[in-house]
Design a protein around this ligand. Structure first.
Ligand SMILES: NC(=O)c1ccc[n+]([C@@H]2O[C@H](COP(=O)([O-])OP(=O)(O)OC[C@H]3O[C@@H](n4cnc5c(N)ncnc54)[C@H](O)[C@@H]3O)[C@@H](O)[C@H]2O)c1
Length: 354
């Protein structure tokens, strides 16, 4: 018997929907993309035409009721994630929500409660977990190759590279470099540490260089560039996060720095070994001798392709979410504590939700 297709609806017809969600859904024969929603109807229609999607709808309500979508991708500005996720879950759909899952811990807790009561699947789009090097490193860590992990350092420092539009408006984004790329760095390092419970955070946020007028630099091609030009968010964030098991994570991210640019890098330190990511390198002591090894990975894998492959498999088989709502809640609670610590200028407690 032929299985029914997953009826996907896309909410938010901007850059991430166009570059990542639509191509990956449409390349899987188990999926049918039934409709697109955007507050900018012209943009929704143009995207539907480009990808051969049969319909656009004025809101998530019609996408569910008229379009019959049973799986929703939430690709809108961060401030609108929570209400759309809640409506989709309550309307009986599984949900892939872009990062960060929500702006606040209170919203994240409501989403977690609704995932439970609805029985639907939710995945947070933490794409960096799906790179092959990240996966290999996670395998090393989970196999105990590093012993007890007690320290991690995560960084993503751009020389000049903030996205435009709503990303720089705190009401719509919830923050700058932290909500855009800090969420990736913190999630990946926390995941590799084995997802310990965060307890306290001390952080600094600054806006020192952006908005800049540097020429010949590129950035994420945000579709939405409102003419208001508001830039009221940080371009730099550093945080020190303490976990219940005694481990610590130091994170630093920037949209603009006068210093060396880095990809997302993570250093992990354990009592038996350690590792660095991007490039992947493993540090151990073998037969009384220090040893530095570079795991051999000769194939390339697109992290987005892997993220969507795992998500579609989970939806089709009613399996586990590849990045469950509990992870989204914990990461949002860390982000919220970072914001509070930066404002108050002291170490603060991380709200405990899950
Ligand atoms: N996983 C990743 O690596 C990754 C990469 C880029 C962006 N993102 C995330 O994806 C989301 C979207 O980012 P983007 O770069 O595509 O932004 P974008 O500005 O290009 O697109 C957002 C779209 O959402 C629409 N929109 C805004 N509010 C809406 C609402 N309430 N209802 C319907 N439509 C609405 C806008 O009109 C716009 O077309 C953000 O949460 C961002 O953090 C994730």
């Amino acid at each position: 018997m032929q299985q029914e297709k997953i009826r996907v609806g896309i909410v938010g017809a901007g850059a991430v929907a166009r570059i990542c969600h639509l191509p990956n859904y449409l390349s899987d024969p188990r999926v049918e993309v039934v409709g697109i929603v955007d507050i900018n109807q012209e943009r929704a229609q143009a995207l539907a035409d480009e990808f051969g999607v049969p319909a656009v709808y004025p809101s998530t309500t019609e996408l569910l009721s008229e379009g019959g979508a049973n799986c929703i991708s939430v690709c809108v500005a961060n401030a609108f994630h929570a209400p759309i996720v809640l409506e989709a879950l309550q309307g009986g759909a599984d949900v892939l929500v872009e990062k960060p899952m929500t702006l606040t811990t209170a919203e994240a807790a409501e989403v977690a409660a609704t995932v439970k009561s609805s029985g639907r699947l939710l995945m947070v789009g933490m794409t960096n977990r799906f790179g092959l090097s990240s996966e290999v490193l996670a395998r090393y860590a989970q196999a105990g190759e590093f012993g007890d992990l007690y320290y991690a350092r995560a960084a993503m420092l751009r020389r000049r590279g903030n996205p435009a539009g709503w990303f720089t408006n705190s009401k719509l984004s919830g923050g700058g470099a932290m909500m855009d790329i800090g969420v990736h760095a913190i999630d990946l390092a926390w995941y590799l540490l084995g997802r310990p419970r965060p307890v306290r955070v001390s952080a600094v946020m600054r806006r020192e260089i952006a908005p800049y007028e540097t020429e010949y630099v590129s950035s994420w091609p945000t579709a939405d560039r409102p003419p208001d030009g508001i830039f009221d968010v940080e371009d730099f964030m550093t945080a020190f996060i303490r976990f219940e098991n005694g481990a610590a994570l130091e994170a630093a991210v920037a949209w603009a720095v006068n210093g060396p640019e880095t990809q997302l890098t993570v250093d992990l330190y354990g009592n038996k070994g350690g590792a660095s990511l991007n490039p992947l390198k493993v540090y151990t002591e073998t037969a009384g001798v220090l040893s530095d090894a570079e795991p051999v990975i000769r194939v390339k894998r697109d992290p987005y392709a892997e993220e969507f492959a795992q998500w579609i498999e989970a939806v089709a088989t009613r399996g586990q979410s590849p990045v469950p709502v509990e992870d989204g809640v914990t990461v949002v609670s860390i982000l919220e504590a970072i914001r509070r610590s930066a404002v108050e200028g002291c170490e603060v407690e991380v709200p405990q939700v899950v």
